[in-house]
Design a protein around this ligand. Structure first.
Ligand SMILES: Nc1ncnc2c1ncn2[C@@H]1O[C@H](COP(=O)(O)OP(=O)(O)OP(=O)(O)O)[C@@H](O)[C@H]1O
Ligand SMILES: [Mg+2]
Length: 333
């Protein structure tokens, strides 16, 4: 992490995001962002990426969990952008494994059209939270709202039915199957009683080219022959293919080189620009600041802050991650 690489609040550039590794993201000509979309005042999240231009911090944006509990309204955590219904809105989530409590009273939301970075040190509870979001773990307590409605997920299948796709830290692709087979695993298309191989191939090709993936040869390549970045792309494409509303990526660029990281980050940004809510877990502050609209920081299983990326510096986020506090943000000592 680059603790010293600070940027000033509100320093986010407007328009297509220039990633630090390469050129600005091309906008999708098929689905141009309409800046006139009636989606509330300029401060609020909207499809096409939220933080456009610099603006002063709103008090509600930077209110920390502790400030709220100090005011006695922790149980009524308000989402950061109040006019837009979050795709996912968690409140008071607890999770223990045996006698070890891993998540404490977690509040977390993610909005359509935005990348929310979920950060925290090793063991902070990020993957556990993601597994609760994806229906793998059942929280012990708390409220889980999806598009404003309370839901209870009994399995990953329930999550998928709502439009939640999780790309797990360990990826969970089948090495011995090809790209098409992985994309459609468990949801194969059929023509009569036979598999619709050509239909699936065509859709796989379209999905990958819709993500501007150019480096993969054939959609019939086995996963075992792909590089780490290409595997990530297939996993992300699976999320796109199923018309998801929320895509969660657990450290997608952890083992990738510079060029592949750039490619994955561009895809992450493009997903949000298509209107999906994206949750990105990353330890790399450059990646977090390059693509995220909001940052949620976990410290020892507690959500210590949820802020707009434009309102904080690298240094503040690193302090939140390592000590749970940074100035007025985070836990109060
Ligand atoms: N199935 C489990 N049984 C018992 N303890 C677990 C289980 N899963 C996670 N933990 C514990 O919960 C804590 C949080 O783990 P988690 O994997 O959520 O961290 P993380 O923030 O994703 O870390 P990393 O950045 O290393 O991936 C750790 O102390 C871990 O040992
Ligand atoms: Mg993890």
């Amino acid at each position: 992490m680059n603790a010293g690489d600070a940027r000033e609040p509100g320093a986010r550039a407007s328009g297509p995001r220039a990633l630090p590794y390469g050129p600005a993201l091309p906008s999708d000509p098929a689905e141009p962002f309409d800046p006139t979309t009636p989606f509330g005042p300029a401060d609020e999240p909207r499809p096409g990426g939220a933080a456009r231009g610099s603006r002063p911090a709103k008090a509600a944006d930077t209110l920390t969990a502790h400030d709220r509990s100090a005011r006695g309204d922790a149980a009524r955590w308000e989402p950061l952008g109040m006019a837009v219904t979050p795709v996912i809105d968690l409140r008071g989530i607890d999770k223990s494994f045996g006698s070890v409590k891993v998540l404490h009273d977690i509040a977390f939301s993610a909005y359509p059209g935005e990348v929310t970075a979920l950060v925290g040190d090793n063991g902070a509870g990020k993957t556990t939270l993601v597994k609760c979001i994806g229906g793998i773990h059942s929280p012990d307590a708390g409220e889980y709202r999806f598009e404003g409605r309370p839901v209870r997920l009994g399995s990953p299948r329930d999550a998928a039915a709502l439009g939640i796709e999780v790309v797990h830290q360990d990826l969970a692709l089948c090495e011995n199957l090809d790209i098409v087979q992985n994309l459609f695993l468990g949801r194969e298309r059929r023509r009569g009683i036979a598999l619709d191989e050509s239909g699936m191939e065509e859709l796989a090709r379209r999905t990958l080219s819709g993500l501007s993936v150019r480096t993969m040869g054939s959609v019939r390549q086995k996963i075992s022959t792909l590089s780490g970045g290409q595997r990530q792309t297939v996993a992300i494409a699976r999320a796109v293919l199923w018309d998801s509303k929320l895509v969660v990526l657990d450290e997608p660029a952890a083992a990738l080189g510079v060029a592949q990281t750039q490619q994955v980050l561009e895809i992450v940004r493009r997903l949000a620009d298509k209107g999906l809510a994206v949750v990105l877990i990353s330890h790399n502050m450059n990646d977090v600041f390059a693509v995220s609209d909001r940052i949620a920081a976990l410290y020892l299983g507690r959500m210590v802050a949820q802020v707009r990326t434009a309102d904080v510096t690298h240094r503040q986020v690193v302090e939140l991650i390592t000590s749970g506090v940074s100035g007025d943000l985070g836990l109060r000592r």
